[in-house]
Design a protein around this ligand. Structure first.
Ligand code: FES
Length: 153
């Protein structure tokens, strides 16, 4: 192989490699384009357990669902969101003052979820609680109810 043939062969090899790279990158882009960029949320309706699983008095905090479940002797069951309406931090319920406190920026919510101290722009949500056929309590986060809503069991 003389010098001229060597360069001819080299440029041909470089061209084929560049073409293969371009086709590969294009195919990868097409495959990525065809795959949906979707984040699946957990179900908004879920069972939380038997009525007897929840004590009277202070609310039960369900970490995964981010809700407080209240059980009053005379009023029944209620579920409040534990997600602060400011930037989404998880609020804590203090039995000492019966209020919800956000640790992030200091918002305070009254026992009914209304804002007592900002920067939260609106009250905490309350969700519908129903009883499923198997007797378990079911919370539907898609159904916001007034804070006075209670399920009597
Ligand atoms: S996230 Fe609760 S006060 Fe900012």
């Amino acid at each position: 192989m003389n010098r001229r043939e060597f360069f001819k062969f080299s440029w041909g090899a470089v061209g084929i490699a560049a073409l293969c790279s371009a086709v590969g990158i294009s195919l990868a882009a097409v495959v990525r384009f065809l795959m949906p960029s979707v984040f699946y949320e957990p179900p908004q309706t879920f069972k939380i357990g038997e009525p007897g699983d929840f004590p009277f008095g202070p609310p039960t905090f369900l970490v995964d669902e981010k809700i407080f479940v209240f059980r009053d002797r005379d009023k029944g069951f209620a579920a409040a969101s534990a997600v602060c309406t400011h930037l989404g931090c998880t609020v804590a319920h203090f039995s000492s003052d019966q209020k919800f406190h956000c640790p992030c920026h200091g918002s305070v919510f009254a026992a009914d979820g209304s804002v007592q101290h900002g920067p939260a722009p609106r009250a905490l949500d309350w969700f519908e609680v129903t009883q499923a056929r198997d007797g378990q309590l079911r919370v539907d986060k898609d159904k916001v109810v007034p804070p006075t809503y209670r399920l009597m069991v």
